[in-house]
Design a protein around this ligand. Structure first.
Ligand code: DAH
Length: 347
């Protein structure tokens, strides 16, 4: 019987002992050279295999490979340890350990309102709409007058306004509708635009009221625009948000800047026969809208005898709450990362 397996083990153990004793990377290189390079123990062993009697070749080959693998692993581990030690020594900073794992950087998430706005922007731009922006500090003219809400109009009371100057010319916009007028002033029909953004109201806050929230205004002006176009656009919007066709109904609604004005209700996307979201009615009041009032067209410099249009004022904050089942509007602007982390999506 051959004694070779014992010899191999001895060879391996003595090589490993030298690796363990190595004080520098150079020592390790010497061990590697002697063992693995041409003329080294392992190389010699491998070279001798063809000269062995047939039955011993397999065992000798396995033994050589085992020495090679284990030695290489020991060399790599020791090298990493020596390098880390060298780095530590070179830093000379008390208490600094470069071998410790760095804390994982926290990844940010997109705010749920931003996520929904981006989806809606994609949807509407695919239908040929532009995405517009308007000032959050707005002139009284755009926020009220040009929207057919004169100074003594009772509708001003519907929106509790933050005023920014003693003369009352500047306000924090109470809705995104002023962007309609700015759009008409700067473009000729056909106009197709949406304007998502923040709006502000002087309100006592509770689970469904916040002083700052989000809306998205929509405006279409062209020849022969009808309520049919409005309904179709709203159904497309709802399909985009809820991922399925949603039945809608129009009820009369009063807003000074549209005539006729509507409240558009959507069939509750969460139930068939009533739930807490739709307050057991199966309908959700979602979208005030209407045909743009001729006074507003005129204020925007558009000829109402030639053009007509529709507008809608989507309550974005409310839509986001519905979509994600958020029960308190105040979460949205709380900046609480425990809340925000639940809406993990990047980009
Ligand atoms: N601006 C209205 C509000 O904030 C919402 C609105 C209603 C917008 C009807 C519209 C509309 O464009 O047609 O209460």
């Amino acid at each position: 019987m051959s004694q070779q397996p014992v010899d191999h083990e001895v060879t391996l153990q003595s090589l490993l002992a030298r690796v363990a004793a190595a004080a520098t990377v150079e020592d390790l290189r010497a061990v590697a050279r002697e063992a693995l390079e041409q003329g080294g123990v392992v190389a010699t062993l491998l070279a001798s295999i063809p000269t062995l009697p047939g039955p011993e070749r397999k065992a000798a080959g396995q033994a050589a490979n085992r020495i090679k693998t284990e030695l290489q692993a020991a060399l790599d581990a020791k090298k990493a340890a020596l390098e880390a030690g060298a780095l530590l020594a070179s830093r000379h900073v008390e208490g600094f350990d470069p071998t410790l794992r760095a804390p994982r950087a926290e990844r940010g998430t997109l705010h749920p309102v931003t996520q929904v706005v981006r989806e809606l922007e994609d949807l509407f731009t695919s239908m040929g709409f532009e995405v517009l922006d308007g000032p959050e500090i707005e002139l009284d003219w755009y926020n009220f007058e040009a929207l057919n809400i004169p100074r003594d109009h009772p509708a001003r009371d519907m929106q509790d306004t933050f005023r920014c100057d003693p003369a009352g010319q500047l306000v924090l916009r109470t809705h995104t509708s002023p962007v309609q007028v700015r759009a008409m002033e700067t473009r000729r029909p056909p106009i197709r635009a949406i304007a998502p953004g923040k709006v502000f109201r002087q309100e006592t806050t509770d689970a469904s009221h916040e002083h700052t929230f989000h809306q998205m205004e929509g405006l279409v002006i062209d020849e022969d625009v009808s309520v049919g176009h409005l309904i179709h656009t709203m159904k497309t919007l709802l399909r985009g948000v809820f991922g399925k066709d949603i039945e809608v109904r129009l009820r009369p609604g009063y807003f000074p800047f549209v005539e006729p004005g509507f409240e558009l209700d959507a069939r509750c996307p969460f139930c068939k026969s009533g739930c807490s979201v739709c307050k057991q009615s199966t309908w959700i009041e979602l979208l005030p809208c209407g045909m743009v009032h001729e006074n507003v067209l005129k204020a925007g410099g558009i000829d109402p005898t030639r053009y007509s249009g529709f507008a809608f004022g989507l309550g974005l904050s409310r839509l986001v709450m519905l979509r994600y089942g958020i029960d308190d509007v105040r979460h949205l602007l709380s900046g609480d990362t425990r809340f925000l982390r639940q809406f993990h999506r990047i980009g």
